[in-house]
Design a protein around this ligand. Structure first.
Ligand code: AHR
Length: 338
């Protein structure tokens, strides 16, 4: 192995660690990385737009695709992105936003882990005159002036589309159809809204009953573990509604291990339409997917530029989406980007 030629004394090493820790502390408490010049933006006198972005974490295939879309779009636009991974914790996102305020970034964007508890930090950003853009998920703040715009999907609609498909699919049922539901992260907008939309839609058919509903935290491991519990506690499960593909994919393992055939013994409906989910649908293991697009990067960059320039932007920018049956998944899969 090549030698670096650097010899460190204990004291020298201690000093380096102290500097490193200080820098790490300033960067926020999740995993941060910064593309481009670290001293550019408003504070550094460089004209490059500087965006501070706090991401939920890396819980799902959807989230990875969303992170990639945002990073790629920032590079393409020539903006500096200060990216922070909150590792699923609201307190990390609040710290990251405070660090972005200290660093005087031009625009703050974030995808809130949960809906509630943002007013104080958003007020701090507003007082510092830094515009905020919500991406992917909403907050429940009554004061809409705390952010400039919200770009993302209509999660209630996604739940509704899933429920409407099921109502049609089971229209001939003469007895009870038992549904289990894998909810997303507790308190997150997509978990609250998909549950609501689905419940509203299935109310059209009194045979459809949700017999168990629990959070699998949007992860494969969570989906598998909670599905195992559902299977142990419920002798007759006809349908699984999973709030995302990853939980559905985890549940597939539990269903197979229980000696049942996914897609046949248990009808499976999910949300997202990431590649692995689409593959499961094309293979007949899933039955229906309501799409949720993670490709928000280019629109986010466009909105960031506009809010920084003081231009009017719509208060809500809704993502265009569709749904997939097994046949449609087979056609769409070869061109699926994520
Ligand atoms: O907020 C979007 C949701 O978060 C996606 O549907 C899910 O996969 C992700 O974790």
């Amino acid at each position: 192995m090549a030698k670096t030629g650097i010899t460190l004394t204990r004291r020298g090493l201690g000093a380096m660690l102290a500097v490193g820790l200080l820098a790490g502390g300033l960067a926020g408490c999740g995993n941060s990385d910064t593309g481009g010049d670290s001293d550019s933006g408003s504070s550094g006198g460089n004209s490059k737009l500087v965006i501070g972005f706090s991401q939920v974490g890396a819980e799902s295939g959807w989230r990875t695709a969303n992170t990639n879309s945002i990073k790629e779009a920032a590079t393409t636009a020539g903006y500096e992105l200060k990216f922070d991974d909150a590792q699923g914790k609201q307190e990390n996102q609040i710290k990251a936003i405070r660090n972005f305020i200290q660093q005087k970034v031009d625009v703050i964007a974030f995808s809130p882990v949960v809906e509630s508890g943002w007013d104080t930090v958003l007020k701090e950003a507003k007082d510092a005159k830094i515009p905020v853009i919500l991406t992917d998920r909403a907050v429940d703040s009554a004061d809409k002036s705390l952010y400039k715009t919200f770009i993302g999907s209509d999660f209630v609609k996604e739940g509704k589309l899933a429920g409407e498909w099921l109502v049609k699919e089971k229209s001939a049922a003469t007895g009870p159809v038992n549904i289990v539901e894998l909810q997303g992260t507790t308190g997150a907008a997509p978990a609250n809204d998909r549950k609501k939309g689905f419940a509203e839609a299935i109310a059209a058919n009194p045979n459809l009953k949700v017999v168990a509903s629990q959070s699998g935290d949007f992860t494969r491991a969570g989906g598998k573990q909670v599905m195992e519990q559902f299977l142990r506690a419920n002798p007759k499960i006809d349908v699984l509604f999973a709030h995302n593909d990853d939980m559905g994919l985890g549940a597939l393992e539990a269903i197979t291990a229980a000696g049942k055939t996914p897609g046949k013994d248990i009808t499976i409906i999910t949300v997202d339409a990431v590649k692995d989910g689409m593959q499961a649908l094309a293979d007949g293991k899933f039955n229906f997917i309501a799409e949720c697009s993670p490709l928000l990067g280019p629109q986010l960059m466009d909105l960031a530029k506009k809010v920084k320039a003081g231009e009017e932007v719509p208060a809500r920018v809704e993502t265009e989406e569709t749904t997939f049956t097994q046949e449609q998944a087979k056609t769409a899969l070869p061109n699926r980007k994520y």
